[in-house]
Design a protein around this ligand. Structure first.
Ligand code: 4AZ
Length: 298
């Protein structure tokens, strides 16, 4: 579901023998489990839903310390490039919307200088003409370059992506509900595979990075209160596996039992894969009102 609106039964045309689907508010289970067929609608309250498929990989088929990814595994992962140069990762939300980090695009070149590559795993294999030009760069208005608070930006593409097995949208998380510490989530990207080696990866990498509670991550031996409510931590306090430069803007996704949801956007960290310095991500569940507002207004 990408949009919802309350409607009064009195205000919509109803035909003879019309039946209704009663929807329960429960979040668990498949949509089918939450619907019941009814012959009337005593409440008189109807909800209009706009739906789109998201968070599914086709045909079920580095990051530091990560492993190579097969095509179609993370079909929402894109490479955000200046010309042919990979700069950052990003995630497909809809055919013409990419979510990335504000620090990737803030005060950078104008929109036409940016290209988005979708449906690729290996850099260099893509023809430059396969890059889709960006029409508009919309950083979060509260983004702070000094604290990296509100580190997200939306890219509106000049032409919509053609969805396929290799290019699909990721789902957004439910609003404001933080997941439990230890939830197994995945980060992916073409960023540095060794912190000291200033080179992006040729092949997309993925790594398992469990969520770390904010209280723990803000403690005196980790980030000492630097995290805001718009941030979350994921990774390993012992180090070795982490996002790194070039992964910024890319997805941190968690499986909710039915779909993959974009829980975080790679944002910052002290170094990469260092002990007690896990990756810090923009907390998407805390930034949903702005994402919905921008994508619905355009
Ligand atoms: C960066 O410079 C960067 N270890 C991204 C992620 C992390 C560190 C730095 C997390 O874009």
């Amino acid at each position: 579901m990408t949009q919802q609106k309350g409607v009064n039964l009195r205000d919509i045309p109803v035909s003879a023998g019309q039946r209704f689907l009663q929807v329960t508010a429960r979040q668990e289970g498949s949509p089918q489990d939450r619907w019941r067929l009814r012959s009337s609608c005593p409440s008189g309250l109807v909800v209009a839903l706009r739906c789109s498929e998201c968070g599914l990989q086709a045909a079920a088929l580095r990051v530091v310390g990560g492993t190579d990814v097969a095509p179609g595994r993370w079909p929402w992962q894109v490479s955000v490039c200046q010309g042919s140069q990979h700069r950052c990762g990003g995630s497909v939300l809809a055919p013409e919307w990419i979510l990335t980090a504000a620090h990737c695009v803030h005060r950078q070149l104008p929109a036409p200088a940016w290209l988005v590559f979708a449906g690729i795993v290996t850099h260099g294999s893509a023809q430059p003409q396969a890059g889709v030009p960006v029409r508009e760069i919309i950083p979060h208005p509260l983004y702070s370059p000094s604290s990296l608070d509100y580190d997200i930006a939306l890219l509106r593409l000049r032409v919509p992506l053609n969805f396929s097995g290799a290019i699909r949208a990721v789902c957004l998380p439910p609003s404001g509900r933080d997941l439990l510490q230890g939830t197994p989530c995945w980060v992916s990207g073409w960023g540095y595979t060794a912190p000291e080696q200033a080179q992006v990866a040729a092949t997309l990498k993925e790594a398992l990075v469990p969520l770390i509670g904010t209280r723990r991550c803000n403690s005196s031996c980790v980030y000492r209160g630097e995290l805001t409510a718009r941030m979350l931590c994921a990774g390993h306090l012992q180090g070795h596996v982490d996002a790194c430069q070039g992964d910024s803007g890319g997805p941190l996704v968690c499986w909710d039992g039915a779909t993959w949801r974009l829980v975080g956007v790679v944002s910052w960290g002290q170094g990469c894969a260092e002990p007690n310095h896990p990756g810090v991500y923009s907390n998407v569940a805390q930034l949903l009102p702005w994402i919905h507002q921008v994508t619905q207004a355009h």
